[in-house]
Design a protein around this ligand. Structure first.
Ligand code: AMP
Length: 216
């Protein structure tokens, strides 16, 4: 089963994708994570995208489609793919459709995680991530353990805030979402692939809604 988690920054796509990986042995393909890894390892592409990402703008379709193509053709298999943060434009959506068709794969479900903008700002400006495993923490709802031992990987870790998790960058990211990504809701609705869930509920309730969609 191949699915897309669609929603604005801070909707909880990454958190839910990680749960699906654990529980269903699916493969998470997050273009945001891939781009951050490219930055950290200092590749040429990482250098090119760094400023764009920090401003909160979208990197080019060509770059992210290339990253996804690389992953899909790497031969790694599991209980299906979770596309997290991809596609973000109509051109990316078309490219994904073509890529899956090439590989004789289907897109089974597109799950739109609905949240309101005030909640997004609150979530994003309070979040940090385990530098070891990527587990997401929140100052208000899931604070970093006092001993800095991550509850997910059990390692003593550094917990970092993303460079683009600030109010200025978030404004640009939200604008990019409404302008370039939200048209995908109509696109996948028209294809009959869309299911929308409430992303504002607790993590477990959202996970249960996603399970409900996948069971249909
Ligand atoms: P994310 O971790 O999904 O919030 O992505 C962080 C940043 O990476 C975004 O604000 C964009 O600058 C870039 N990015 C991630 N995925 C894409 C994509 N599919 N298309 C264009 N830019 C992307």
């Amino acid at each position: 089963m191949n699915i897309i988690l669609l929603g604005p920054p801070g909707a909880g796509k990454g958190t839910q994708a990680r749960k699906l990986v654990e529980e269903r042995d699916m493969i998470q393909l997050s273009t945001g994570d891939m781009l951050r890894a490219a930055r950290t390892s200092g590749t040429e592409m990482g250098k090119i995208v760094a400023d764009v990402m920090d401003r909160g703008e979208l990197v080019t379709d060509e770059i992210v489609i290339g990253l996804i193509r690389e992953q899909l053709t790497s031969g790694k298999t599991g209980g299906g793919y979770i596309f997290d943060g991809f596609p973000r434009t109509l051109a990316q959506a078309d490219a994904l459709g073509a890529l899956l068709a090439e590989l004789n794969e289907n897109l089974d479900r597109v799950i739109e995680m609905q949240v309101d903008d005030d909640a997004l700002v609150a979530r994003i400006t309070a979040r940090s991530t385990c530098g070891n495993c990527g587990e997401v923490y929140n100052d208000n709802t899931k604070p970093i353990p006092a001993d800095h031992v991550c509850s997910s990987c059990g390692q003593k870790a550094q917990f970092t805030r993303r460079a683009d998790d600030n109010e200025d960058s978030l404004k640009t990211r939200l604008l990019a979402y409404y302008k370039q990504t939200s048209p995908l809701i109509g696109y996948y609705y028209a294809k009959g692939d869309l299911a929308s869930i409430n992303g504002l509920a607790s993590m477990d309730t959202v996970a249960a809604s996603i399970s409900g969609v996948l069971a249909k």
